[in-house]
Design a binder for this molecule. Sequence first.
Ligand code: NAD
Length: 278
Amino acid sequence: MDLGLTGKWALVCGASKGLGLGCAQALAQEGVNVVLVARGESALEQAAQGLRAYLADMGNPSGLNPLHGPSVLTVAADITTPEGREAALAVDGGPGKAFDIVVTNAGGPPPGDFRDWDREAWLKAVDANMLTPIELIKATVDGMAARGVGRIVNITSSAVKAPIDILGLSNGARSGLTGFVAGVARNPTLAAHGVTINNLLPGAFDTDRLRTTLQGAATKTGQPLDAVVEARRNGIPARRFGTPDEFGRICAFLCSMHAGYITGQNVLADGGAFGGTF
Ligand code: NAD
């Protein structure tokens, strides 16, 4: 299926690895020019090189001439800071290069006990996982609406639907974003002008973040890592972790021209782990 994305421009945050990189890869495969943002310059450059090589191997994504395939650009910046966002958005080069797609994403807050979280810890979580996506939405949606098409996908978490005790900072901050998105996505100045805003909720995906979390659980409980991994997998009806590649493809579909009637939604990708009917 042609997603109708060839030649579009996407800003993909948190894209040097994991789910963000999966989204960047899936979009670039569809012929989207991608601007990858992450903090560490060398990891980011390595990811971009890998993606360029992948596209070159593919030969001709979406019918593009391989010599003129999608651009893969990088901005090494902390997207949770005003300066970082300014640097990332500065790549938006005006007509023909303005962002049609923004994938918001940053590292998740650390797990812990709510008794230990002070105001600083809360502000950091709210900044990263609520205010940063809101600022990126604010900076880009009016331009999208003026051009008659735009896609925002916020990477949040299945914890928005099924909160996890030790991830209280994430539960709280991301729920704030979810409430904001539910309202703004339905604003007729956006929804009636081709702009969709949706949240994509990962369950357990095989990334460094998940591996670190599982290792942390093993250390804390004194169980072997294999046993912790196995128990987590067995709690998922699909009996496996998701892959960044399949997450990216869901993101690409939400960004596609076929998904213009889907907005304000929370799309859960968790192998069936959430047990509710809705
Ligand atoms: P990851 O640690 O594998 O990758 C995170 C990426 O974001 C990296 O490229 C990192 O450099 C970048 N990043 C982090 N903070 C940044 C910042 N301030 N500015 C710019 N870039 C930044 O993580 P992941 O597994 O891909 O997770 C992505 C998001 O999804 C996180 O918020 C995570 O909490 C959430 N999530 C992940 C899972 C999972 O199973 N992997 C489940 C639920 C929620």
